[in-house]
Design a protein around this ligand. Structure first.
Ligand code: AMP
Ligand code: MG
Length: 422
């Protein structure tokens, strides 16, 4: 285990927007966010079988070549190519066989053949294999039609990866296939970034923290906290439940203090606008570390970005639809960068629209959408309080900052939830 790396914390003014900026286009906001952030996590060593979702902190180099030795790619008969030619070949079979995990003992003389099975190391004297389906077997003999190409049906030592070669680079987020590679190359342990600790805090006098707990008609159950905690989990961060606080500055400050001790990043929801009860933004402003970004985005504005005792704070809108869109568009790439995996663009693709919409210029727009027969349908209501639409959807349709007239069949960009890693 290596010594823990203590990274620098964020500067207080890292999110500052230039003076006079009124509405920031989404791409510009993303550029600024990317420039303001840097990786914060430390490093630890974990068994590679338990490393799914972790981010490599150093390059993984092959401990051994794959395959370590030349071996057979099929079941058949192995021989030295040099002793064969064109036309019918009849080779005497040596006794014994070569199987995966059971190497043939001894050498196969030129002009002889040996029974060999897929994955078996080529015995000494064997460089070529003929497929068993292409052979006839007689008394101690195997016959096939030549010529066979030299090294046919064999795998060269190191043809996949050579010992010492770069298997996976630092910054790679490990997926199931990557674990196969690490294991095949003899890497039992890997150095990975410590998981980014992501605190989630809900604010609002109307919010009841636990779903199903008694709620009066003016109260609503917290929809954002479970969603944001689940996003942090899906993004392979370490979620930290900071609970719910009322719209009370002292209470919010105390919870942020606690959150900054235990977390690298804090996602708050609610209270981020400039209204009377928007205590999160007021508080962050009072501490002098707020940069309220008026992003030209629907749904979503406002997004408050701040630092609190060195932890990055994303003040997301309270509205669950806007909270999700802002989390997917802004928090996901930011968290990925802070976790050491680099900025992460969502994966999307162009599909025909199955809806009509006339969009005005000025703001980028994200619609709850799903694909039906390859075309994007959008949720019946654009109402930002319609949480059922988030769950109905399989992704978002992204409409450009400019005006656009969408008719059925128009090309639109679809960003599936899976492309956001959820
Ligand atoms: P706010 O950003 O605090 O002005 O809240 C905007 C809207 O989102 C209001 O209708 C709030 O009741 C609602 N809201 C805020 N936080 C949550 C939450 N955690 N779960 C569900 N709705 C919320
Ligand atoms: Mg509120």
């Amino acid at each position: 285990m290596s010594a823990p790396l203590i990274p620098p914390r964020l500067r207080d003014d890292c999110f500052a927007m230039p003076q006079g900026v009124a509405w920031v286009p989404v791409d510009e906001a993303l550029r600024r966010l990317r420039a303001a952030l840097r990786p914060v996590a430390g490093v630890e060593t974990v068994p590679s079988h338990a490393a799914r979702g972790r981010i490599l902190a150093s390059d993984a180099l092959a401990q051994r070549s794959n395959p370590p030795r030349a071996n057979a790619a099929v079941d058949g008969y192995g021989f030295a190519h040099a002793a064969t030619g064109a036309g019918i070949q009849r080779l005497p079979l040596v006794s014994g066989r070569a199987a995966a995990g059971q190497p043939f003992q001894g050498a196969v003389p030129p002009g002889h053949a040996v029974r060999i099975l897929t994955g078996a190391m080529l015995p000494e004297g064997v460089d070529t294999v003929v497929l068993e389906e292409d052979c006839a077997l007689g008394e101690g003999l195997v016959a096939f039609d030549g010529p066979i190409k030299p090294r046919a049906n064999t795998r060269k030592a190191g043809e996949d990866v050579v010992q010492g070669a770069l298997a996976l680079p630092a910054g790679q987020r490990l997926r199931a296939p990557d674990l196969a590679l690490l294991s095949a190359l003899g890497l039992g342990e890997v150095q990975v970034q410590r998981k980014l600790r992501v605190g989630v805090l809900s604010t609002g006098d109307e919010i009841i923290a636990s779903a199903g707990a008694p709620a009066l008609p003016h109260q609503i159950w917290d929809a954002n906290r479970p969603m944001l905690l689940a996003l942090a989990e899906a993004w392979d961060c370490a979620p930290v439940d900071l609970g719910h606080v009322r719209d009370d500055r002292a209470a919010i400050a105390a919870r942020l203090d606690a959150g900054a001790r235990d977390c690298d990043v804090i996602l708050t929801s609610g209270g981020a606008s400039a209204g009377d009860e928007d205590h999160v933004s007021a508080l962050l402003k009072a501490r002098g570390t707020l940069s309220s970004w008026r992003i030209a985005l629907k749904p979503g504005r406002p997004l408050a970005l701040a630092t609190w005792d060195g932890a990055a704070v994303f003040g997301l809108p309270g509205n669950p639809v806007a909270a999700l869109v802002c989390a997917l568009i802004f928090a996901r790439p930011a968290l990925s960068l802070m976790a050491g995996a680099g900025w992460q663009e969502p994966q999307g693709f162009t599909v025909p629209a199955a809806f009509s919409k006339r969009k005005k210029p000025g703001r980028r727009e994200y619609l709850r959408a799903r694909l039906v027969d390859g075309a994007a349908q959008v949720f019946a209501s654009e109402g930002s309080g319609r949480i059922s639409g988030l769950s109905w959807a399989d992704g978002l349709v992204e409409l450009p900052d400019e005006a656009i007239d969408v008719a059925p069949g128009s090309a639109v960009r679809f960003l599936p939830y899976t492309g956001f890693g959820i």
